[in-house]
Write a protein that binds this ligand. Structure first.
Ligand SMILES: [Zn+2]
Length: 166
C-alpha cells in the first residue's frame, strides 16, 4: 500500500491527531476559566469526547478545526489538489460523525455549542466569539453562534479521481 499523503498533508494530519490541547482550544478554555466557569476537558465518556464539558450548564463545547470538519468557504478549508476524493470522503465522514454525536448528546440532555477554529484564530473575531460563547453558555437563551455545518452541507463526494488509490 502506497502513501497517499504529501508532506504538507501529513503535517496537517499529525497536527490533527495531536489535536487535543491545541492552541485555539486553550484560548477558549483560558477565557472561560477567567470568566469563572469550571469544566472538564476531553470527556471521553460523552459522544465525540467534547473539548469542554460544563456540567453545571448541561453544555458541551466543541472547537472544530476548519479543515477536518469541513468549514465551507473558510480559508482554512482548502482541499489538497491531489487525492481529492480521499479527502472529501474523509471530511464528509467527519461531518456525519459530528452530526450523529450532536444528536446523541442532545438526546442525553446536553446542549451542544460548536465554535469554528478560525473564529478563534482570527484576532479580530476572537474576542466577540469568546464573549458570545460565554453568554450562550450562561444565558442559554441567547442566539447561538452561527455554525453552518449541517448534513445538507456535506461535501458532495466527487467521482473517484484517477490519482486515488494509486
Ligand atoms: Zn473556518
Amino acid at each position: 500500500m502506497t502513501d497517499v499523503m504529501t508532506p504538507e498533508q501529513r503535517s496537517r494530519c499529525m497536527a490533527a491527531i495531536k489535536g487535543k490541547g491545541t492552541k485555539p482550544e486553550m484560548i477558549v478554555r483560558k477565557y472561560l476559566f477567567s470568566r469563572g466557569l469550571r469544566y472538564r476537558v476531553n470527556n471521553r465518556k460523552l459522544p465525540g469526547s467534547p473539548d469542554i464539558v460544563l456540567k453545571k450548564y448541561k453544555t458541551v463545547v466543541f472547537i472544530d478545526g476548519c479543515f477536518w470538519h469541513g468549514h465551507e468557504g473558510c480559508k482554512y478549508y482548502r482541499l489538497p489538489k491531489t487525492n481529492v476524493y480521499f479527502w472529501k470522503h474523509k471530511i464528509a465522514m467527519n461531518i456525519a460523525r459530528d452530526y450523529a454525536n450532536g444528536v446523541d448528546l442532545h438526546l442525553a440532555g446536553w446542549r451542544v455549542i460548536r465554535v469554528w477554529e478560525c473564529d478563534i484564530k482570527t484576532k479580530a473575531k476572537r474576542q466577540p466569539t469568546l464573549e458570545r460563547l460565554y453568554q450562550e453558555i450562561v444565558g442559554g437563551e441567547t442566539k447561538p453562534i452561527p455554525y453552518e455545518s449541517s448534513p445538507d452541507r456535506m461535501p458532495v463526494a466527487a467521482e473517484p479521481s484517477s490519482s486515488y488509490g494509486k
